[in-house]
Design a protein. Structure first.
Lengths: 109, 117
């Protein structure tokens, strides 16, 4: 079993839809949770950074962490075609990040 | 723009050859990590450098090695290239990890695409 599980998709939604992306993890010691966005053939771009449980909002993006269920989510409101990318969840384990395999999102105009 | 720059952006090597990839970290960042991202996968941690010394390593063989220089820039060297080494190699920079609620953030460069034929 991988430490971080993420549905690879692809997830296809119409423009304006609310998107929900999710990851599960196995190590209850994880405290730091991140979401990165990666466009094709580019490096990952940090979107959201959350410590411990709870919600964090930034513009159209909301990150949610439920440590009791070992489950994290990223919600995108009013999705745009420019949001089409691969979304990677990551957890900090001391000096390194442990990534999910990424979910590919396609927002149709 | 993260301020992390990598070179070269693309390269093709033959199996058995050696390759050196370079990274300049973001200003003020003294810690550099390298990750390997195979097609369709998430990045995998290779190692981290702090104060010119390796202070953490993932599950990669010794033919993957690195350096960090006094200006915090870094190199990743891979010897005896294998076909499975074909991947996107990502450099990430950050400040020193101190834990705590604020933690620190890690910024990635655009990567170097390595193809081994």
């Amino acid at each position: 079993q991988k430490e971080v599980e993420q549905d690879p998709g692809p997830l296809s939604v119409p423009e304006g839809a609310i998107v929900s992306l999710n990851c599960t993890y196995s190590n209850s010691a994880f405290q730091y949770f991140m979401w990165y966005r990666q466009y094709s053939r580019k490096g990952p771009e940090l979107l959201m950074y959350t410590y411990s449980s709870g919600n964090k909002e930034d513009g159209r993006f909301t990150a949610q962490v439920d440590k009791s269920s070992k489950y994290i989510s990223l919600f995108i409101r009013d999705s745009q075609p420019s949001d089409s990318a691969t979304y990677l969840c990551a957890m900090r384990s001391s000096y390194k990040l442990i990534f999910g395999s990424g979910t590919r999102l396609l927002v149709r105009p | 723009e993260t301020g992390v720059t990598q070179s070269p952006t693309h390269l093709i090597k033959t199996r058995g050859q050696q390759v050196t990839l370079r990274c300049s970290s973001q200003s003020g960042h003294n810690t550099v990590s390298w990750y390997q991202q195979a097609l369709g996968q998430g990045p995998q941690f290779i190692f981290q450098y702090y104060r010119e010394e390796e202070n953490g390593r993932g599950n990669f063989p010794p033919r993957f090695s690195g350096l960090q220089f006094p200006n915090y820039s870094s190199e990743l060297n891979v010897n005896a290239l294998e076909l499975d080494d074909s991947a996107l190699y990502l450099c990430a920079s950050s400040t020193t990890w101190t834990g705590g609620r604020s933690g620190n953030t890690i910024y990635f460069g655009e990567g170097s695409w390595l193809t081994v034929v």
